[in-house]
Design a protein around this ligand. Structure first.
Ligand code: HBI
Length: 361
């Protein structure tokens, strides 16, 4: 695929150090991508906010102010940069060392890395972690996609379609180290919900479904919006739900595997839905609103059920049909589509397209 191993520079998200959970799915994706590229013989160096933790990779920590999450900006938001932006620091470093690298891969959903792309000699690729959120980001992403045809990749076709002009985006799906996930054949009588506790994730719907079916619901994830969680608790005081905290992958997969199903109730177009793969890898069927990335992951009636978006009754009906889903089929499907190997093939093809494009000028 390549004449020689690549020297790759990964630039992380600006909203939190790696390992804090604040970076959401990007943290897992970055860690997995670093691992898979190293397994393929490439060199990976990761630049991330100070306080980051990343085993088995060379890490450059940069001090500075974290960025506000893009989810809370309105569509017409102006580009906001904190006074001592950690992202500016990270890209200042990247521009200084760029000659040592064949490719720079950006994981931040922020304006600056896209704006800087034409100013760097080393090719810059962007793995966009969310769907369209603001005009400013749509505009700068479109500009980069026009000037550098292969530069942009997303996780799902649904995510790509939220952007105004996405036919040149690469869809790389995602990949996980499935050896870290243990298949569980005999679950407890519990349902699972995993994600940042925030309004766009629609936790309240899963809570109501647990109340209606009277099946306990276990919740894992970063408690990002405390007021939102307290509102749910006040509104459904008798629902059989428990918040189990934010667990690192090893503990999460152990607990999640015990569930009869994972409920995915996104109110926004979930770019992908890493947790859906983590559940399938443990043999846990996924019941998901037919919206965004999860709708491309769940095979209706085979690895779970796709439900009419925002339909609590739909969730309840799907839960009643869980016994029709074979848990081993869920694990096998994750192995076929979402292993590190499957993802590495997709990512190497993406990188080759960028580097060939660059060589041909
Ligand atoms: N917001 N400004 C900004 N930059 C990011 O990189 C970013 C974000 N919000 C969420 C996020 N990244 C990650 O949690 C994604 O995995 C969703």
């Amino acid at each position: 695929m390549f004449q020689k191993p690549l020297n790759l520079l990964f630039l992380s998200t600006s909203v939190g150090p790696l390992g804090s959970g604040l970076g959401g799915g990007v943290e897992l994706t970055l860690r997995n991508m670093a691992q898979m590229m190293q397994q393929r013989g490439h060199e990976v160096t990761v630049v991330a906010p100070a306080g980051s933790v990343l085993p088995d990779s060379s890490l450059v920590e940069v001090f500075g102010d974290l960025h506000p999450t893009a989810q809370n900006e309105g569509r017409d938001a102006w580009i906001a940069m904190p006074p001592n932006s950690v992202l500016a620091g990270m890209w200042n470093y990247a521009s200084q060392v760029q000659d040592n690298y064949d490719l720079i891969l950006n994981f931040a959903y922020d304006w600056l890395p896209f704006y800087l792309t034409p100013t760097l000699a080393t090719p810059v690729a962007h793995l966009v972690s969310m769907g369209s959120l603001t005009h400013a980001m749509d505009r700068i992403i479109t500009q980069v996609a026009e000037q550098f045809p292969h530069a942009i990749a997303v996780h799902s076709r649904a995510q790509a379609e939220t952007f105004p002009d996405s036919d040149r985006f690469w869809v790389v799906s995602n990949g996980f180290d499935l050896q870290q996930y243990n298949f569980c054949a005999e679950p407890e009588n519990t349902l699972g919900w995993v994600g940042r506790l925030a309004p766009e994730k629609g936790l309240e719907d899963a809570v109501v479904a647990a109340q209606v079916t009277n099946i306990p619901l276990k919740i894992w994830g970063v408690l990002q919006d405390v007021a939102y969680w307290h509102d749910i608790c006040d509104q459904y005081p008798d629902a059989p739900v428990s918040y189990e905290g934010f667990l690192p992958t090893a503990e999460l997969q152990q607990a999640l595997g015990q569930c009869r199903a994972l409920l995915m109730t996104p109110k926004w177009v979930e770019a992908f839905g890493n947790v859906a793969i983590e559940a399938l890898a443990c043999g846990v069927p996924v019941i998901a609103y037919q919206r965004g990335g999860p709708a491309e992951i769940v095979q209706h009636g085979k690895t779970g059920w796709l439900v009419e978006p925002d339909s609590i009754q739909g969730l309840v009906d799907a839960i009643a049909q869980l016994d029709q889903i074979d848990r081993l089929t869920c694990r096998r499907y994750a192995e076929a589509e979402y292993s590190l190997q499957a993802m590495s093939d997709r990512v190497e093809r993406w990188f080759a397209a960028i580097l060939n494009q660059r060589m041909m000028g």
